[in-house]
Write a protein that binds this ligand. Structure first.
Ligand SMILES: *Cc1c(COP(=O)(O)O)cnc(C)c1O
Length: 420
C-alpha cells in the first residue's frame, strides 16, 4: 500500500494524517499522493528508456489540472479524447508536440482546434475522419500528422465494457481496412503519415495480449513499408492494469522485458497509460452516516455514493475499503457488511460483503485505488455536489479542487422568460 500506511492505527498519506484533513475540509473528498503519481510515471520512462518513449498520459483517467501539471512538469505528454482535454493539456503546460488525439468521434471544431494547436498527431479511426482532417488541414494550410488506429482483434481478458480491441469493438480498423486508409493517406496532400496506433482495452493484467498485439502490428508495418509507407511512431496505447485486489500484475519493467525484443528501435515508442499512472495514487475518503442492521445484512451508509465513484455500480469493480482509524480491528472483531451510499438506487454501493471492524456514525473509511476513473466519472446525479480533491506532497496537503456549492447546480440553467 505504498504511500498510504497505518501509524498507531491511524491511516496516513505520507506524513499527513488523513483524519486531520477530514476535520479541516469535511468529507467526502478524493486524496492523491504526489509521490505515487510521479513514481508511476518514472517507472514507465525507466522501463522503456531504450526506446526513448513518449508517455502520453490518458487525460480521461483523471484530468485535475494540478495532477496534469505535475505530470507535464516531469515531461509527460497527453492522450486526449476531446477538445476539453486538449484545453486542459495546454493549460497544464503540455507542449503540442507531446499531444496525441484519439477517438472515434472527433468533431469538426475539435479537429480545427487541434490543428491550430499543432498537436503531434491524430490517431485516425476511419476513412471519413481522414478525409475531413485533410479538408480542414487544407483550409488552414497545415499538414496533419496521423497514425491509423488498428484493431488487432485480440481478447485482452478484461471487462467487456473496456475491451476495445475485440472484433466487434467500435474502435479502430481491421488490418485490411487500415491498409486502405494508409494508402488513401499517401494520396492526400495535407496528411502526413507518422505512425501506427492501437489500444486493446483497459485494466489488462497480463503481458500476453500486448505481445500478441505487437507481433501483429509488426506484420502490418512490414507490409506497409513494402509499399513505401514509412512508420516512425509505434503507439501501443494504454490499458496497463493495477492491483485492485492486491493480485500480482506486471510492472512496467515486466511489460518492457517481455515486449522489448519485438520493438523495432527505429521507431519512437508511445504509450498511453491512464489508470497505471494515477489509479493507486488516489483514495476516496468518506464518513459513516448510519449503521443499519437488517435480518439479512448489515449496511454501512456512507456520505459518498455512486455519483462520486461509479465503478462498483457500473462494472461491479472491486475497491479495497479500509477504516481510517483502525483501533477497532484488533483481534478478530470484524463484521460482514455492505458499504452503500445515499442514492435512491439499489445499485448504489461501494463494496459488498466486506469484513470491517465495528463502525459507528462519524467513523471514516478510505476507498482505495480510486485515482483513475473516480472523480473523472463522477456526476451530479440526485443533485449531489461533486466533492473536493486534495493532493498530499510529503508532509502537506493542498486543496486542488473545491467541492461544488448548491449555486453551481443551477449556474448554467435558464428559465424561459415567459415563466418568470
Ligand atoms: C482509455 C484509453 C487509454 C487509457 O487507458 P488506461 O486503461 O487508463 O491505461 C489509452 N488510450 C486510449 C486510446 C484509450 O481509449
Amino acid at each position: 500500500m505504498g504511500g498510504f500506511s497505518y501509524r498507531n492505527h491511524e491511516l496516513f498519506c505520507e506524513e499527513v494524517k488523513i483524519q486531520e484533513i477530514a476535520e479541516d475540509i469535511g468529507t467526502p473528498f478524493y486524496l492523491y499522493n504526489y509521490d505515487i503519481i510521479v513514481g508511476n510515471y518514472q517507472r514507465f520512462i525507466e522501463a522503456f528508456k531504450e526506446f526513448s518513449p513518449l508517455i502520453c498520459y490518458a487525460y480521461k483517467a483523471n484530468s485535475n489540472l494540478a495532477i496534469c501539471k505535475v505530470l507535464a512538469s516531469k515531461g509527460c505528454g497527453a492522450d486526449i479524447f476531446s477538445g476539453g482535454e486538449l484545453f486542459k493539456a495546454r493549460k497544464a503546460g503540455v507542449p503540442p508536440d507531446k499531444i496525441v488525439f484519439n477517438g472515434n468521434g472527433k468533431t469538426r471544431q475539435e479537429i480545427e482546434y487541434a490543428l491550430e494547436e499543432n498537436i503531434l498527431m491524430f490517431n485516425v479511426d476511419q476513412r471519413d475522419e481522414l478525409l475531413l482532417l485533410n479538408e480542414l488541414a487544407k483550409k488552414k494550410e497545415k499538414v496533419a500528422r496521423i497514425s491509423v488506429r488498428v484493431n488487432p482483434q485480440i481478447d485482452p481478458k478484461t471487462h467487456p465494457y473496456v475491451a476495445t480491441g475485440l472484433a466487434n469493438s467500435k474502435f479502430g480498423l481491421s488490418f485490411h481496412q487500415a491498409e486502405e486508409v494508409y494508402r488513401l493517406a499517401t494520396e492526400l496532400k495535407n496528411i502526413h503519415i507518422l505512425g501506427i496506433h492501437t489500444h486493446i482495452g483497459s485494466q489488462i493484467t497480463k503481458t500476453g495480449p500486448y505481445l500478441e498485439t505487437l507481433k501483429m502490428l509488426n506484420e502490418i508495418i512490414s507490409r506497409l513499408e513494402k509499399t513505401g509507407i514509412e512508420i516512425r511512431y509505434l503507439n501501443l496505447g494504454g490499458g496497463f492494469g493495477i492491483a485492485y485486489r492486491e493480485e500480482t500484475v506486471p510492472s512496467p519493467q515486466e511489460f518492457a522485458t517481455m515486449l522489448s525484443p519485438y520493438i523495432n528501435r527505429d521507431y519512437r515508442l508511445i504509450l498511453e497509460p491512464g489508470r497505471a499512472i494515477v489509479g493507486n495514487a488516489g483514495i476516496l475518503v468518506t464518513k459513516v452516516l448510519y449503521v443499519k442492521n437488517t435480518p439479512s445484512k448489515t449496511f454501512i451508509v456512507v456520505d459518498c455514493a455512486m455519483n462520486d465513484l461509479i465503478r462498483p455500480a457500473l462494472y461491479n469493480s472491486f475497491h479495497r475499503i479500509l477504516p481510517v482509524n483502525n483501533k477497532g480491528s484488533e483481534k478478530d472483531k470484524t463484521f460482514l457488511v455492505d458499504i452503500v451510499g445515499p442514492i435512491c438506487e439499489d445499485g448504489d454501493f461501494l463494496g459488498k460483503d466486506r469484513r470491517l471492524p465495528a463502525l459507528r456514525p462519524g467513523d471514516l473509511l478510505a476507498i482505495l485505488d480510486t485515482g483513475a476513473y473516480g472523480y473523472a466519472m463522477s456526476s451530479n446525479y440526485n443533485l449531489r455536489l461533486r466533492v473536493s480533491e486534495v493532493m498530499v506532497i510529503k508532509d502537506r496537503y493542498y486543496t486542488i479542487r473545491e467541492s461544488e456549492t448548491y449555486e453551481d447546480l443551477i449556474a448554467k440553467e435558464i428559465i424561459p422568460e415567459e415563466m418568470e
